[in-house]
Write a protein that binds this ligand. Structure first.
Ligand SMILES: [Zn+2]
Ligand SMILES: [Zn+2]
Length: 342
């Protein structure tokens, strides 16, 4: 029998264990974004594939906890940690929540233990978003980065360009309405805020599934202007209007009540023509809340860690990029993450 390797507690980052259900912080007996209920969880942001209910203790930013409360009801054992604040975990582990620029409340988590600094990005982006606190570059020894759009083909256009496309389509079709499919948490509010920034002041009509998440953004002082439920629209009011709905509602019975809708969808995946065709999207809007290829590579260069772990997406291309640039890197195999929050 081969001899067992001696356990070497001083191996770099050996206190952090990538397991299929999440990242396990051994000395603190805590998990980051676990896909199952655990005793102690640190949650990067409120999207369903990261924030699950039922943990004994949930440590997250106040906005993330509010999103989780909305989704799972009032929970016990919540520990709010504001951006920039450090929370002490058992086993001499310190956790600091740093803005990730992805959605309201989204955070990177900086872990400090045994003289090592580890940053877990969670989902993130670098491009500006009026509804999320901007990403902060945080120096560290180990960077664990997401890789949702980690292929060179993914380069997101400026959002102004996509919003102009939407407004132009609306102006050219005064007898119809534009129905925009967008993820109900984050993407919808960003599109609305960017429409307002572009000077659009008309009411924006909401599918019922978006009312509560938009209300939550307003509770956190993000002004989304005049929002109204589609269900309350008087006859004819939707003609020439903009209606927001979750992607799943684009093709369901619900949309039949709308006046000759032009179907749009806001997603990073709209870069892939086949995805737009699959969903019968007439107006693909390439708007993503994830870093594109350039943002991913520039973030690794900016943070300049000694080692990079890659997860949550297309790990291979980013792994090769790291090798090409003489950067130590490995791909993790965490499960339970979806493309849904793109
Ligand atoms: Zn997300
Ligand atoms: Zn995600």
């Amino acid at each position: 029998m081969p001899a067992r390797l001696p356990s070497n507690m001083s191996a770099p980052f050996s206190w952090l264990k990538p397991e299929p259900m999440g990242l396990y912080i051994a000395p603190a007996d805590a998990w980051i974004d676990p896909s199952r209920a655990v005793d102690r969880a640190l949650v990067t942001h409120g999207h369903a594939d990261h924030a699950r209910g039922g943990h004994g203790e949930t440590i997250a930013t106040p906005a993330t906890l509010a999103i989780m409360a909305l989704r799972y009801g009032v929970e016990h054992g919540v520990v709010p940690v504001a951006y920039g604040e450090t929370h002490s975990l058992p086993g001499n582990v310190r956790a600091t929540f740093v803005p990730a620029g992805h959605v309201l409340g989204s955070a990177q988590i900086l872990l400090e233990h045994a003289g090592e600094r580890v940053v877990i990005t969670g989902d993130f982006k670098r491009s500006p978003d009026p509804t999320a606190t901007p990403f902060a570059v945080t120096p560290c020894d180990l960077l664990i980065t997401e890789a949702t759009f980690a292929l060179p083909v993914f380069r997101h256009p400026p959002i102004e360009q996509e919003i102009a496309k939407l407004l132009d389509t609306r102006a050219r079709n005064p007898d119809r309405c534009v129905l925009v499919g967008a993820y109900a948490l984050g993407k919808a509010q960003r599109v609305i805020a960017e429409l307002r920034r572009a000077g659009y002041t008309d009411p924006i009509w909401l599918h019922g599934a978006m009312e509560r998440t938009c209300g939550l953004y307003e509770d956190f002082d993000i002004d989304l202007g005049d929002l109204r439920p589609v269900a309350d629209a008087p006859k004819g009011a939707l003609i020439g209007g903009i209606v927001m709905c979750p992607p799943s509602a684009l093709s369901d019975r619900w949309s039949r009540r709308l006046p000759d809708p032009i179907t749009a969808m806001a997603s990073g995946w709209m870069r892939v023509r086949q995805r737009a065709v699959q969903r019968n999207v007439e107006l693909p809007l390439i708007i993503s809340d994830h870093a594109d290829w350039d943002e991913l590579t520039c973030t690794i260069a900016d943070v300049n860690p000694t080692e990079t772990w890659i997860t949550h997406g297309r790990e291979e291309a980013l792994l090769r990029w790291c090798e090409l640039h003489q950067r130590k890197a490995r791909a993790l195999a965490l499960v339970g993450f979806e493309d849904e929050d793109d």
